[in-house]
Design a protein around this ligand. Structure first.
Ligand code: KIV
Length: 268
């Protein structure tokens, strides 16, 4: 299994790191079979699996439920699990308890949390103090959409770029082993990557981050909406209903089941 040392070495060898989300047993199995470097059980599951409008209502119990299934499907993979909204905001004690629950009850290897302001840096330090590896997440962090006024690209202005770069450095200093950079200009993605010794994983952060992450449902064309940074490798949202329709028609027209699907079929 890969470890936090593997990812550090990959950055230093200029080897791209590829991360994909997974949310259940089959998605985890396929992602591992494809040879992914590490899996993220993202709180994006609120939107792509549970049908919520955003990620804010996802709970620690939801994350535990899904991350357990992901571990069952991907026994050999390094798994990062998202800390959901309000699970690391109240106190360091609560943060530590939630991080430990996510790790101990699921078999995941690390947690990820969003933001870089001083209270987040304290949260990262508190979790690392419990020997749990942490991934940071900066830029267009979805748990802050109300503060941002929507899904708005972050770090367009020079002053904001400076602030995000300083936060990235603080996350590295706090001991995180990786940072996800989401929804920022390519130039800022490159600058942060050059200034850190830990790997940066981009999603809508351009070409020059140390790796890339995408959402499973986006890659397979199953999500309701695809942002600009997504490349769909399939269009399952067309293929799935079309094939289910074939089953419905086959039954209606007496085409299913046939002999091959019947135990001891009768001769008539
Ligand atoms: O929740 C998620 O899937 C994420 C990725 C988009 C990075 O945080």
């Amino acid at each position: 299994m890969n470890s936090i040392r593997t990812f550090k070495k990959m950055k230093h060898k200029n080897e791209k790191i590829v991360m994909l989300t997974a949310y259940d047993y089959p998605s985890a199995k396929y992602v591992e079979m494809a040879g992914i470097d590490l899996i993220l059980v993202g709180d994006s599951l609120g939107m792509v699996v549970l049908g919520y409008e955003n990620t804010l209502n996802v709970t620690v119990s939801d994350m535990v439920h899904h991350a357990k299934a992901v571990r069952n499907g991907a026994k050999e993979s390094f798994i990062v699990v998202d800390m959901p909204y309000m699970s690391y905001h109240i106190s360091n004690e609560e943060t530590k308890r939630n991080a430990a629950k996510l790790i101990l009850e699921t078999g995941a290897n690390a947690v990820k949390l969003e933001g870089g302001k001083p209270s987040r840096i304290e949260a990262i330090k508190a979790i690392i103090d419990c020997e749990i590896p942490v991934v940071g997440h900066l830029g267009l962090t979805p748990q802050s959409i109300y503060q941002f006024g929507g899904y708005v690209v972050q770090g367009k202005k020079e002053a904001d770029q400076e602030k995000i770069l300083e936060q990235a450095k603080a996350i590295e200093q706090a001991g995180a082993f990786m940072i996800v950079l989401e929804g920022i200009p390519e130039k800022l993605g490159e600058k942060i990557t050059e200034n850190l010794s830990i790997p940066t994983i981009g999603i809508g952060a351009g070409r020059f981050t140390d790796g890339q992450v995408l959402v499973y449902h986006d890659v397979l064309g199953m999500a309701d909406f695809a942002p600009k940074f997504v490349r769909k490798y399939m269009n399952l949202s067309d293929k799935i209903p079309a094939n289910l329709k074939k089953f419905i028609n086959d039954v209606k027209e007496g085409e299913f089941p046939k002999k091959e699907q019947i135990y001891a079929p009768m001769d008539k």
